[in-house]
Write a protein that binds this ligand. Structure first.
Ligand SMILES: [Mg+2]
Length: 187
């Protein structure tokens, strides 16, 4: 297991569905009413705000590409999500520095769509102090782990899903829930 010594120069990349909010089976979160925070997510992310330089959300949202929702629908969801997170804010910093999303279809293999690293590169362009060697991705899919490895980050596989043996090398750490993330990163 790699050494995990995070200091305030580090950046956290967060997947959204299945990490920040409950992932819908075979569906997309298309409205704020369908958005449900994962247990302990709000307080935990607020707590992590105190130890990371930046926190970014990187999320594939091909529901837009499929025409099931609009960019405005997604913006509305994110506005509400940020407002809810702000209620837990222990600092003057924004809880989330920026949300990056990729609306493209899986079949497009767009550079922005994880496991491609377009969203990470965009964050680095907009926030030049982002150093992928001092970055961590937390995600619940192997594509998140591949995104992290493709960019040179450490990876935390979130949730209860099984990891195939062939994918194990992409997973640096595992946390089944937010409580375990906090234990991993703050102890
Ligand atoms: Mg996910």
């Amino acid at each position: 297991m790699p050494n995990l010594s995070i200091d305030p120069s580090w950046t956290l990349f967060l997947d959204r569905d299945g990490v920040i909010n409950v992932r819908l089976v075979e569906d997309y979160v298309k409205t704020w009413e369908e958005f449900e925070f994962m247990p302990d997510a709000q307080a935990s992310i607020a707590q992590l705000r105190t130890i990371f330089k930046y926190i970014f959300v990187v999320t594939n949202q091909q529901g837009i590409g499929k025409g099931l929702m609009s960019e405005a629908d997604l913006a509305n969801i994110h506005q509400n999500m940020l407002a809810k997170l702000a209620e837990h804010n222990p600092t003057l910093l924004p809880i989330i520095d920026k949300i990056y999303y990729c609306p493209s279809l899986k079949s497009s293999n767009d550079i922005c769509r994880k496991p491609n690293i377009g969203m990470a590169l965009k964050a680095q362009k907009e926030f030049p102090e982002v150093d992928f060697q001092k970055s961590l991705i937390i995600g619940d899919s192997i594509s998140d782990m591949e995104f992290g490895k493709n960019a040179g980050m450490l990876t935390v596989f979130f949730g209860e899903s099984l990891v195939l043996q062939e994918d194990e090398e992409k997973v640096d750490f595992r946390s089944r829930n937010w409580e375990e993330v906090i234990k991993l990163l703050l102890s």
